[in-house]
Design a protein around this ligand. Sequence first.
Ligand code: GLU
Length: 421
Amino acid sequence: MSHSEPNCLDMARGQLLKAAEKLALPQEVCEILSQPMRVVRVSFPVEMDDGRIRVFIGYRSQHNNALGPFKGGIRFHPQVTMEEVIALSMWMTFKCAVVGLPYGGGKGGVVCDPRELSPGELERLSRGYIRAIAPFIGPHKDIPAPDVYTNPQIMAWMMDEFSRLKGYNAFGVITGKPLSLGGSLGRKEATARGCFITIREMAKALGLPLKGARVAIQGFGNAGSIVAKLLAGEGASVIAVVDSKGGAYNPEGLDPWKLAEYKASTGTVGGFPHSKAIDSQQLLTLDCDILIPAALENQITGVIAPEVKARIIAEAANGPTTLEADRVLQQKGVKVIPDILANAGGVTVSYFEWVQNNTGHYWPEEEVNCRLEQVMVRAFRETYEMHLEQGVDMRMAAYMVALRRLYEAMRLRGWLGTEER
Ligand code: GLU
């Protein structure tokens, strides 16, 4: 299935609805949260290297800002759609709420294939997109960050463009920047580190030792490759990895450091020495203890779920599991650490970066990691307790924790009407 299937938004709404029902929240809460507060669609011209002009389409969805400014990444991908961006922005609202950040949810996307663009074209496209959405973003309004196929260099161009427009250095308008431009130590590793912490906590709760645990990872980008190293560092065995071009499997374990070097030189993990080829479907249903989808949406479907053998699924990607698959996995007793919790480490360190930009005081890496650890462990425990107390799966529990915070904020702000007349 392609990641851009329209059911992404239905999925996000379905999850919201279920949690709101369980918490017996007023109907208005769901009505407000089932759609974005604002969606901007832009088209902008970009000059290509051959002198021709191409017009690109981009979006920025601002889902909800009850808890603070909109926050969320920008994705460059050929299959970006408005619906997908809306769903992703909705997930950001819940993600920020579940870990207790003072942020709402947003997401942006540009329909393009960055792998086909030269560095110059990529820079002009990044600047063009920011000029187009500049009236709607700002350090206290909406703060973008990297997402699929965007990186610190792109964030630097975007920050620079916004700063030029405003006439001052607005470092706090965007996070995930390079270190020399107000980026935070530990941001690059943050998504993977947060994911690793939730896996470690879940394994502890289940009495599963990480040492010797067999891990399969779908996606070997920033999140997938770093979580592989962190787990291997604890003695886990990464037995299979796939990326968009190929896969590598070795039941004796793959060396994630060598694998990353290999991918950097060849462009894929496929063909890695001493490994067998494996495709995505085989990986998702492989006999392993921990499965980490770290690529795109809609990967673990109702067809795949019955074949899943892992005990723990940690969703480093956003929306990798469909609603139908979720039901099957719950019946099978597979513990799914949901995306809004498992991958919240990225936005958490984005928040630290923004705090550092706002105060002008920069923290050592140990401080970043120590605070990330605190945030992730607390959010994991709150969710795990809700899961046990309410007898619901971890996804539902995470939504309930998030929704309680959102409800409280919206109620106190008066968005739900006057209580005493
Ligand atoms: N794109 C990342 C996410 O989906 C990070 C967002 C951010 O740092 O604002 O959580």
